[in-house]
Design a protein around this ligand. Structure first.
Ligand SMILES: Cc1cc2nc3c(=O)[nH]c(=O)nc-3n(C[C@H](O)[C@H](O)[C@H](O)COP(=O)(O)OP(=O)(O)OC[C@H]3O[C@@H](n4cnc5c(N)ncnc54)[C@H](O)[C@@H]3O)c2cc1C
Length: 443
């Protein structure tokens, strides 16, 4: 049956290849222009699907806006896509290139110097300012002809199995497509259609003070305690009871990023991002290595970012197989996984490939296969974030060396989601059909 799916596809392009525009005949509505939605739209366009992105915000948020003035890491497992998309030359100079991760205890004693290559397995990690990376991806999406409709808040989703269509409602207007991708983030509206109930995110019990600032303007280079951040790229971490602090720099020692994770039991019903007060931030690192407060006291502003989490969803796809949740809408990550943005990109790339392999007549089969391909890998990556947080926050004085490493397992990083989807789709689609899944009859 998988061959039936392949035969119905007008395109037989393979791994790393780009299909002629709109050649698959598959129309996709992507809801949300975050990294998940963008990556899905980009790779879908490259695989010959026609895509529009609906985004509730009125415009691309300017660099410096509180929402995006923070660091984001695209790990080695997905850097390969940015390279394939021809974006390396633009992204690399903006990113941090620390070659080791120096991990201290709260008092400043070095526990481990972990080798931390930013280029590995034929790929690169891109670790930089969220807004700068985002703008490069948006420009690339536009250069591919992807239409991003801003000021398009989706209020509802629908699916009609008989008609073989799904769609959304925007301000009363009904839009339809062969498949709808709910890339609408933590407070996903799409999740309601998939689960049949509203599943609210929960507080994780932690929050992060984040900041990103100009090193020279803040006097980082003038203070002997902080001058190490004004030179070559470095990545330093301090770990302690229920907390950790990461400081790094990039762009020739001109930009500094700080991430301070700490216990927090605030209610996140309405909002989970607030301005942070310097005095509160400094209280958190009282009694720690003086370098921590020296760095943090120079930051002009903080975002106090409540980390929300949720138990794994039983499924990421709708009953009819025409709506898929990707990125944070499906699976929020703890920052200690360093995989939230990366798994969102893998989701999108994988979905684009399986839709191309299945063809327009077999969209629900592709979507079901996509979930099977992605689910377990994402879960393992999520769990890695939990175990890293626990080992850092509960480290004993004896824990040092490899015991405090940030895990970088081969199964996670030496992985090409596009190649994997091409390799796995046929067998998984066949398996689904053996288990009793049949393609819906055509309208
Ligand atoms: C501010 C911020 C900082 C982060 N920092 C890091 C980091 O340092 N490292 C890391 O790995 N991960 C980080 N993450 C998480 C990581 O960026 C996400 O896991 C990843 O980018 C997946 O994002 P997403 O596209 O699924 O969701 P989001 O980035 O939240 O994007 C969802 C998009 O959907 C839009 N949207 C929502 N509802 C609707 C609707 N009804 N109609 C239309 N549009 C809608 C939103 O406006 C938004 O643009 C951060 C996330 C945020 C938001």
């Amino acid at each position: 049956m998988a061959s039936q799916a392949n035969e119905s596809s007008p395109q037989h392009i393979g791994f790393g290849q780009v299909a002629p525009p709109s050649s698959s005949g598959i129309n996709i509505i992507v809801v949300g222009c975050g990294f998940a939605g963008l990556a899905c739209a980009i790779e879908s366009t490259r695989k010959g699907h026609s895509v529009i992105i609906l985004e509730k915000h009125k415009r691309v948020e300017p660099i410096g806006d509180v929402r995006i003035s923070m660091v984001v890491t695209f790990n080695i497992n997905v850097g390969r896509f940015f390279m394939r998309w021809g974006l390396h030359e633009k992204l690399w100079p903006l990113c941090g290139h620390a070659s080791e991760f120096k991990i201290h205890n709260y008092a400043g004693e070095v526990l481990q110097v972990q080798p931390f290559p930013q280029a590995l397995y034929g790929s690169h990690a891109y670790n930089g300012h969220r807004g700068e990376i985002y703008e490069i991806l948006v420009d690339y999406a536009k250069s591919l002809g992807i239409e991003i409709r801003h000021d398009h808040p989706v209020s509802d989703y629908w699916e009609d199995e008989h008609a073989g269509k799904a769609g959304v409602i925007v301000r009363g207007a009904r839009l339809e497509a062969d498949v709808v991708v709910g890339a609408d983030g933590l407070r996903s509206v799409a999740r309601k259609l998939v689960l049949g109930f509203d599943d609210k995110p929960k507080p994780s019990g932690y929050a992060i003070y984040r900041t990103w600032f100009n090193a020279q303007a803040a006097g980082i280079d003038k203070d002997p305690l902080t001058a190490f951040l004004a030179g070559d790229d470095v990545l330093y971490g301090w770990i302690g009871q229920d907390m950790h602090f990461l400081a790094s720099n990039c762009q020739q020692g001109t930009k500094v990023s700080c991430v301070l994770t700490h216990k927090d039991d605030a209610n996140i019903d309405e909002s989970w991002s607030f301005p942070g007060k310097t005095e509160d931030v400094l209280k958190v690192v009282e009694g720690w290595d003086p370098r921590c407060s020296a760095i943090l006291s120079k930051a002009p502003a903080f975002v106090d970012w409540k980390i929300v989490y949720r138990d794994p969803l039983p499924t990421w796809i709708s009953k009819g197989g025409r709506l898929a949740l990707i990125g944070d809408a499906a699976h929020p990550f703890l920052p200690t996984s360093v995989q939230g943005a990366s798994q969102a990109v893998e989701d999108g790339v994988t979905l684009a490939v399986v839709l191309q392999l299945a063809g327009k007549m077999s969209v629900p089969l592709a979507v079901r296969a996509w979930e099977k391909i992605r689910y377990q890998r994402v879960r393992y990556a999520q769990l890695l974030g939990e175990s890293t947080r626990d080992k850092w926050h509960r480290a004993t004085p004896a824990d040092r060396g490899g015991a405090v490493d940030l895990p970088r397992p081969e199964w996670l990083l030496d992985f090409d989601a596009e190649q994997h989807a091409y390799a796995e789709y046929g067998a998984i689609a066949e398996g689904l059909q053996r288990e009793g899944y049949h393609l819906p009859s055509l309208p």
